[in-house]
Design a protein around this ligand. Structure first.
Ligand SMILES: [Zn+2]
Length: 572
């Protein structure tokens, strides 16, 4: 039966590692003792139910922690989760070892498909008891970084803001405001450079050590395995970056030149903070406050399709959205899923910029997929690997474009242009973050300064337009990466957004030709959940594989045409 409990009423279940250990060990013993498929399969299902309950409890804790990083009680729970997660992974590893060696494995495979075991074998390769000390430390350091970022109090013109709240000033139509805001944010990174640099240095060494303990040459391969990348590798990603460099960097540079012209600043005089302003008269303005935006989103989803309307109501009735920025709330946005309740949850920090609309579309796309896949069995197949997940969300941003009048009024066309050109320009940034991480893990003992130098060099190739004023000392010497949280908590993850973007562009182009067909294809993709790894999923969904030579060009070409279709003279 469908649950109706509201998010704030979901209780946190008290737990201890001892309890969890006892339970998991008992499942492992039961599985070992199960004489045949029928008995074994029952144990597997019971273990899945247990995992779903525990995962949901930990998920609730993690969400409540990000909602208020200053809440001491929740922080304690979160610390406990961080502390015992590696120990739980160890028990899960024991379980996995028994599972892959079962004499009736073939029968399980017939029921669940071979990818199920591929995922488990992947997990076995990327984990061993001996790396637990490193994993515990890694978790702690990642949370420490989150706390540093979450506690940021930026003084700006007599007021105090957190980082997301500064977004509004950084993209102001007034150049002085933009500049001052950019410098104020950079100042935070100057003041915390040593702390953040140290955290990262430790993280890199720990990851390298863990990889070597497991027999890998360095962390790269382990990082890929940990992300469940079973059907592509670093060489394929390098080849993909090459395509982006060749096909997209020049297009982005053209877009930047056009932007400079639009906002009336000579291209060679453009500074980093100027690129936050897209139009001389200001960025597309939201047609109302956050309450209005949420109402508009409801209207849009009810008009879009029956399923999106039904799902929008589902989320709202259960209070599964927390959208406003508040002091103490962790920056960023995400969607997570509470398996036990079959509830998605959307977290974001509205800051009064057009990005707020991206959240209502992007995170909603993630949530919709979670909802559409909620009954897939086994539960391991409900959510795909992360790059595939981003296809659901980024494509929804495009499916929503016809409704932009609701959010932006007369600025809707401005927004559509901004969104497309921003998405294209994002790709060179994405590969910068990715290439940097490949460099980092190949040079694990590099100093902070060497890391910054490497970043600066990569940045100069893919983002040659970026120029910082001398006051932005942190970014100026190659320290921009310190603000990219994924680098700390989710190594090698960032490229996923770009891979997904290339897929979302395909849905966009198709939807401009035949919306009905594109939408059906999208819903089908969402319903497939995580039944296949990335490249395989693309095949099933009839999407072009970005790793294949020539495919990035094929995706970008029609976009250039769409861009030409905008009447830029109207954007004064
Ligand atoms: Zn996303």
């Amino acid at each position: 039966m469908e649950k109706t409990i509201k998010f704030e009423d979901i209780p946190i279940q008290k737990f201890s590692f001892k309890q969890i250990e006892k339970k998991m060990k008992s499942y492992i013993e039961q599985l070992k003792a199960a004489p045949d498929f029928e008995t074994g399969f029952k144990v597997i299902k019971a273990y899945e139910r247990f995992g779903s309950k525990m995962g949901t409890n930990f998920g609730i804790i993690s969400v409540r922690f990000t909602l208020n990083t200053q809440d001491e009680v929740i922080a304690k729970y979160q610390d406990l989760v961080d502390e015992i997660s590696p120990l739980i992974s160890n028990l899960a590893n024991e379980w996995n070892k028994v599972l892959v060696a079962l004499p009736y494995r073939k029968q399980i495979e017939e029921k669940y498909g071979s990818y199920y075991f591929q995922m488990i074998e992947n997990e076995l390769k990327s984990f061993d008891e001996k790396i637990i000390p490193e994993l515990v430390e890694i978790n702690k350091l990642s949370s420490q970084y989150d706390r540093v970022m979450g506690s940021a109090q930026i003084e700006f013109r007599g007021q105090t803001y957190n980082i997301p709240q500064m977004g509004k000033f950084s993209s102001s139509a007034d150049r002085e405001t933009r500049k001052e805001a950019a410098i104020a944010v950079d100042k935070f990174f100057q003041d915390h450079e040593q702390e953040i640099g140290d955290i990262y240095g430790k993280l890199v060494l720990l990851r390298d050590k863990a990889a070597k303990k497991l027999g890998f040459e360095d962390f790269t391969e382990l990082g890929y395995l940990s992300l469940g990348r079973v059907d592509y590798n670093p060489e394929m990603v390098a080849n993909y970056r090459k395509q982006i460099a060749k096909e997209v960097v020049p297009v982005a540079q053209k877009l930047y030149r056009a932007q400079a012209k639009r906002i009336g600043i000579p291209f060679n005089k453009m500074y980093n903070y100027d690129y936050n302003l897209f139009f001389k008269s200001g960025n597309p303005k939201l047609a109302g406050d956050s309450h209005y935006l949420v109402e508009s989103a409801g209207k849009m989803y009810h008009e879009m399709s029956p399923i999106t309307g039904e799902f929008w109501d589902f989320m709202n009735e259960r209070h599964l959205l927390d959208l406003e920025a508040r002091p103490g709330k962790q920056p960023g946005g995400y969607m997570t899923f509470f398996d036990e309740y079959k509830y998605p949850f959307i977290f974001s920090n509205f800051n009064g910029t057009p990005h707020d609309v991206d959240v209502l579309t992007h995170e909603f796309g993630h949530a919709l997929q979670g909802y559409l896949s909620r009954n897939i069995k086994p539960s391991e197949y409900r959510s795909p690997t992360l790059e595939s997940c981003e296809i659901h969300s980024m494509s929804m941003e495009y499916f929503a474009t016809p409704w932009m009048e609701l959010f932006f009024g007369k600025d809707a066309e401005k927004y559509r242009y901004y969104h497309l050109s921003d998405s294209i320009c994002f790709l060179p940034y994405g590969i910068t973050i990715d290439e940097f991480q490949h460099w980092v893990y190949k040079h694990p003992t590099a100093t902070h300064e060497e890391r910054c130098a490497a970043f600066k060099e990569i940045e100069s190739r893919y983002l040659p337009q970026k120029k910082y004023p001398k006051e932005m000392k942190a970014a100026g010497h190659g320290g921009w990466w310190m603000r990219q949280s994924h680098i700390f908590g989710s190594p090698f993850y960032y490229i996923d957004y770009t891979l997904a973007q290339v897929c979302a562009f395909q849905f966009y182009v198709e939807s401009t030709k035949n919306r009905e067909k594109a939408w059906k294809k999208y819903i089908k993709l969402c319903k497939m959940g995580g039944k296949y790894p990335f490249v395989h999923l693309l095949e099933k969904a009839h999407l072009r594989n970005p790793f294949e030579d020539g495919n990035v060009a094929k995706v970008i070409r029609p976009l250039r045409k769409i861009l030409k279709g905008f009447d830029e003279s109207k954007f004064e």
